[in-house]
Write a protein that binds this ligand. Sequence first.
Ligand SMILES: Nc1nc2c(c(=O)[nH]1)N[C@H]1C(S)=C(S)[C@@H](COP(=O)(O)OP(=O)(O)OC[C@H]3O[C@@H](n4cnc5c(N)ncnc54)[C@H](O)[C@@H]3O)O[C@H]1N2
Ligand code: MOO
Length: 649
Amino acid sequence: MHKPSNSADRQGIGQDQFLTILSREEALARFEAALFPRAIAAEERQLADALGLALAESVVAPIDVPSFDRANVDGFAVRSADIAAASEGQPVRLTLNGETIACGVTPELTVLPGTATPISTGGPLPRGADAIVMVENTHPSEGDAIEVGRSASPGQFVSHAGSDIAMGEIVLRVGMVIGSREIGMLAACGIASIPVARKPHVAVLSTGDELVQPGEALPSAGIYDTNGAIVTAAVSENGGEAEFLGSFPDDEARLEAAMRQALATHDMLILSGGTSKGAGDVSHRIVARLGQPGIIAHGIALKPGKPLCLAVCDGKPIVILPGFPTSAMFTFHDMIVPVLRRMAGLPPRTDAQVTARVPLRIASEIGRTEFVMVSLVKGQEGLVAYPTGKGSGAITSFAQADGFIRIEALADHMPAGSETQVTLFTPQVRVPDLSIIGSHCTGLDRVVAPLVRDGFSVRVLAVGSLGGLAAARRGECDLAPIHLLDEKTGRYNEPFLEAGLELVPGWRRMQGIVFRPGDLRFEGLDAHDAVRAALADPDCLMVNRNQGAGTRILIDTLLGSARPDGYWNQPRSHNAVAAAVAQKRADWGVTIAPVAEASGLGFIPLAEEHYDFALVTARKDRPAVKTFLAALQSEESRISLEQAGFRRA
Ligand SMILES: Nc1nc2c(c(=O)[nH]1)N[C@H]1C(S)=C(S)[C@@H](COP(=O)(O)OP(=O)(O)OC[C@H]3O[C@@H](n4cnc5c(N)ncnc54)[C@H](O)[C@@H]3O)O[C@H]1N2
Ligand code: MOO
């Protein structure tokens, strides 16, 4: 959200961005062409300080490892030809030479035919010997000799010089990331320090008048700066050294000063916000002045991420990510990470892919390649990819997703049931032990907590009661939490069950009228009088609920044929109703008691809502399901639910 700087801007006049919308591929190609090839800045690091960095040059082995022929067992160095005919029945007698070769001891005597030299594991093979016999296959014999009861092939129990690493061989290739195993190879070669790519120094700035840093109090209309923290961490995850410079209001002079200073001391600048059509969006105008060639792409046929701005100023990349957190993170992941890793000398990231089916039709905008964040659950015939569905403005769309699917620019939707590739955010699929898909309730978190503590992975997808029932019908979840009121019978949930599903009672949530404490139109009245008082006052504004919500049926019953002001404001959640009343965008509405209490609102009880579970019968014997059902019945859950304002059924 950006302040218009004058009235002409307020009309959107003078917007000069998005003149040419490039395809994602074209934008990335132009950005990379303007940045690469470039020499990777390298520095010499001691092994211990090189962990996680990329090798700037390939390393050639300066020595053979081992550097001598080495015994692999405790025993005797022999000439294999001497004992070719040896057996337990007809042992061969060998005289012992007058030295014992321990680790680190250089042999002095030659093993002549008919002799053997005692040697320890790790000792250098003496001249003349070509094999080792284990001490277990020998017997001491009179007069400093042994009897060998078994033959040996040449080279038996010997590691020859250079057999591990040969001198001149490339031990590690340029671009490899130094981990403990690589450090082991280098140490074996006696290498103490290596040339590594210097981490690119990346400055991260957030822009927007509304931004507040975590830890500070949130003013009304304020937003916590999400992008600053997540981009800073993601830069570090991808080989950069990030410095977060804070959030800046949309003040062109201040922002320009900060950007110029950051550019002088960093290799890359990443901003977020203020890159779309907002008239007060200033950062791209500043970028255009910071160096050559300047803006490479502003406006990309990509969703999320259309307003992404890519620039190169005198060799340094400057990126303005969209303000919406999921747009910011997705474009960072998709378009900036490849460039950052290349600057850090790292190889391209390899993202794992799996095949999954989409359970519902996913609409898409023609003309933009659309990436849809998805969560994976296990269905009857393999993986099912559920769109996380909260849109680009939500952090959870990206942060709680397992990966994403791609819908091509020319398609306006992906049909339900399509098989598609899911690019994962993690190296492997994390299929949950327990899948709960349906309506979400904070009470659910309390019942699930002990399962998670016991090591079960639990996935809860909030898709509403009807979405949950559909998922249960398709066998995509174990349980669907629902709170559906059947208008005809006045009964909750049970009338909605189909074959293959059974009802597990959950808990009750008291619904009631909420108002701001001290509002005398409601204070001290019962529900019907309160509604009468609200309807009598033309200035009294209500907040409704969406069609299909059980609470909506309750509200319609209360209102009868009345349609007071605010009736068409129909948010989809209990929390949104409470927020509207608490923030004076409405004066009354209907929500559940725990939510009213958390928002500090007055509450007039009306009726209990039943929050139960549709259990997929075919899945009821799974260990995680059994554990959940036991947890639901436990005393721990009863107490925890009560503390949160719910009454177990
Ligand atoms: N008329 C049009 N409006 C919009 C368009 C468009 O093409 N025409 N594009 C939309 C798209 S797509 C996106 S994505 C957003 C991004 O816009 P901006 O990059 O200019 O971002 P802002 O307007 O500054 O902020 C959008 C939104 O994100 C919040 N935000 C910003 N920075 C942060 C941050 N660091 N942490 C958390 N949240 C942040 C900000 O408060 C806004 O709510 O524009 C659409 N509009
Ligand atoms: O591109 Mo915006 O990022 O669609 O949400």
